[in-house]
Write a protein that binds this ligand. Sequence first.
Ligand SMILES: *[C@@H]1O[C@H](CO)[C@@H](O)[C@H](O)[C@H]1NC(C)=O
Length: 404
Amino acid sequence: MTFWATVAIASLASTVAASPLVSHLDAGSLFGRTSCGTSTPLSCHNTTKQTNLCCFESPGGSILQTQFWDTSPSTGPSNSWTIHGLWPDHCDNSFSENCDPSRDYSSITNILQNAGATDILSYMQTYWKNDPDDGSDEEFWEHEWSTHGTCYSTLQPSCISGGVQGQDAVYFFTRVVNTFKTLNTYNFLSSEGIAPSSSTTHTLSSLQSALKSAYGFTPALTCDGSDLNQISYYFNLQGSLIDGTLVPYNAPSGSSDCPSSGIKYLPKSGSGGGSPTSTGGGSIPTGGSGSLPSKGTIQSSTGTGCLLSLATWSTQTCATFTYSGSASGFTMTSSKGECGVLSGALTCGSGVSSSTFTAVTSGGQLLLAYQGSTSFSANAVPSGETQETVFTGTSHSQKLSFVL
Ligand SMILES: *[C@@H]1O[C@H](CO)[C@@H](O)[C@H](O)[C@H]1NC(C)=O
């Protein structure tokens, strides 16, 4: 807090930056509003020392949009790659990390919500997935921000007048999502006749030439053994990451890390659905069975209590939820509004963007599942008037499932 206040005063004194004063977190109205203009050189292409690093990205002028193709376990929609990050590598391919621990934010979800960037957040919930064995999506976003996001010179607090804590991260996450949306690797490959298969093998050069012909530039590919699992698209930046232009270029030679042949592009299992270009596309997992009612209560599998309209667990009168979709993928609402998972907790309300749930048949019951898992947990068993927050996964002490 004090850090930002200090910076705000400093930046008023020497306004290098061009953004107007902001008094609250802002999702979008400031985009296109730096006065960096188009006269600064392209990052990594300057011939003289640049002094205004709010408008010239340095030293991280080689920007990589990295994506995962996770099949073990599968994450995200089965017809889309998922976001890894947007990394400011140095022009010589070295890089800096963790550039400003004072800006390691504790909740990217809250920052984006407070900025009103709910469309960006809900897109991230579908397309920016952590490996569930490594932690939550929120943890992954925090990691990407603190490790890489804090290294952008053009997102330094002194470049953003007003000193609203978190605005730098709003700009970062918005730019990552909007950049990813233009880099639909799944479609690039499928337009060249390359679809996931558990038996077909590819050479590195055939994959690279397919991507070059679909996209125009050659990205770098990374494999896990012989399984294709990551791609990096390379850019230089003209202006600020906030609203400058990302200019693509070919990945440097030697930047791919796959065998030259025998590469497999394996299918994802378990989920499918949305495509990065569809608006609000949630993942529509398959594999559920049993038919979903159109509405009903959601009971605890422990026999104690049920969900109230805010999706809290309680022994008070159960709420009625309305389901839309099928067992293999549905959204739900209560009298409070749409229901979703925010920061790992179930919640329903007017500002909530819906998550996609599935219904899984188990022991003759239809269980609520999120990202394929029927496991939920809470800090305590409710009694009387108490309401317990319900978390996805088993990280809290009282573990339970919910019967639809
Ligand atoms: C480009 O600008 C950066 C930042 O000032 C500087 O470090 C670098 O040396 C410059 N490159 C050239 C070739 O002048």
